[in-house]
Design a protein around this ligand. Structure first.
Ligand SMILES: *Cc1c(COP(=O)(O)O)cnc(C)c1O
Length: 391
């Protein structure tokens, strides 16, 4: 297995053949300097990297403890860290002579990022999305179509992200010769979790370099939210061998860990197989995968990337959780204090920062990964706060 007992390729038949083809192609390009230099060029020229490392002076002063820096992934093109991974996988697909990208999406963020790069590269694009999510995020459905993608609405099961992944895998298995499955997080069968990490680790590499030029030192803490775990592994990876850097992943506690309505996979889950990987997962008593809940659509996943399961088991990373209410308060605090509206996913990482910073000294440093911008969430938070919107 790639990550202790976690990872693997728990898929069969045609999908296994396709995953093996991706594995061989990735192994070939993993050492190809041309491939990585093309990737870096697109990150810089198209996605707007490096993203800023911003010293949040007002938030730091308000909390009265550690210095807080925000890694501004919200400033990337399409508004989150997702573009890093999509660029990497789409470039691999091109090198494999594939002409079509297939992806799943929950709220639509990954679907929009994939449709964006498909437009840029002139590739065909098909996005699978559960009916429940289509209703909640109809604007993203239009956005994907505007970018030239075809949106497939999934009516199976609970009609959300899990079923969208199953549907996308099934569609992929029917046209393996021309299509590439572009997964949205550090999850799925090998080589996806590792490959996605390699495309996202630029976040941590930049944090290290930028903090070195501002403070000539490493951070004391790096904090990130965890859905499937791609922004978190991207922010953490560079620091894993620096034992003095504390790493904290924040899961969604939804309406509370003592309710069934949460998505705190690592905190509450057990070992099991989901979407082709052995990892930690939330199961019902009858052995079925649990329906999960979070106000934040990006954190609403019943599994987690296998590398996080491993980092939890080895205790290198500490995993905590934050409720909807705490995340909404942090969303409001950052907006008011810094003039930055964070994604509701990223607000979960801010919750932990707001709890931790006052307990630390003024010479300590916390870096929070601001995985995305919050424009997409404004309407939903207004509703959560019973604010009357006319439209
Ligand atoms: C999708 C998304 C996440 C959650 O995905 P990870 O793979 O856990 O990073 C977090 N933040 C934002 C802004 C997202 O769009």
């Amino acid at each position: 297995m790639e990550f202790g007992k976690f990872g693997g390729q728990f898929v069969g038949g045609e999908v296994l053949q396709a995953v093996k083809e991706v594995e061989r192609a990735y192994a070939k390009y993993a050492d190809d300097l041309d491939f990585w230099s093309e990737f870096k060029t697109y990150l810089k020229e198209y996605a707007n990297r490096p993203s800023l490392l911003y010293y949040a002076a007002n938030l730091t002063e308000m909390l009265g403890g550690a210095k807080i820096y925000l890694k501004r992934e919200d400033l990337n093109h399409t508004g989150s860290h997702k573009i890093n991974n999509v660029l990497g996988q789409a470039l691999l697909a091109k090198r494999m002579n594939k002409t079509k990208l297939i992806a799943e999406t929950g709220a639509g963020q990954h679907g929009v990022a994939t449709a964006t790069i498909a437009a840029l590269f002139g590739m065909e694009c098909e996005i699978h999305m559960g009916y429940e999510d289509v209703i909640k995020q109809s604007m993203n459905v239009y956005r994907m179509e505007l970018l030239g993608a075809k949106v497939i609405i999934v009516h199976d099961g609970l009609k959300t992200l899990k079923e969208a992944v199953d549907s996308a895998l099934c569609a992929w298995s029917k046209e393996l010769d021309k299509s590439f499955y572009l997964i949205g997080s550090a999850v799925g069968p090998h080589p996806y979790p590792k490959m996605v990490r390699e495309f996202q680790k630029v976040i941590g590499e930049e944090i290290k370099e930028q903090l070195h030029s501002k403070e000539q030192r490493l951070p004391d803490y790096v904090i990130a939210c965890v859905g499937g775990g791609s922004n978190a592994i991207g922010a953490f990876y560079e620091f894993i061998n620096h034992e003095e850097v504390n790493l904290i992943g924040v899961e969604a506690a939804g309406k509370g860990l003592d309710t069934k309505e949460h998505a705190s996979t690592i905190t509450k889950g057990v070992e099991g197989v989901i979407h082709g990987m052995n990892t930690i997962c939330l199961f019902e008593e009858n052995g079925e995968i649990s329906p999960v809940y979070s106000l934040s659509a990006g954190l609403d996943y019943p599994g987690v990337g296998p590398e996080h399961a491993y980092l939890h088991e080895t205790k290198r990373v500490k995993y905590v959780s934050a409720t909807d209410e705490e995340a909404v308060r942090a969303f409001e605090v950052l907006s008011r204090v810094e003039g930055i509206i964070p994604a509701i996913e990223s607000a979960h990482a801010l919750v932990e920062t707001i709890k931790l910073a006052p307990k630390l000294n003024k010479d300590q440093i916390i870096v929070v990964n601001l995985s995305g911008r919050g424009d997409k969430d404004v309407k939903q938070i207004a509703k959560y706060r019973n604010y009357e919107l006319v439209d």
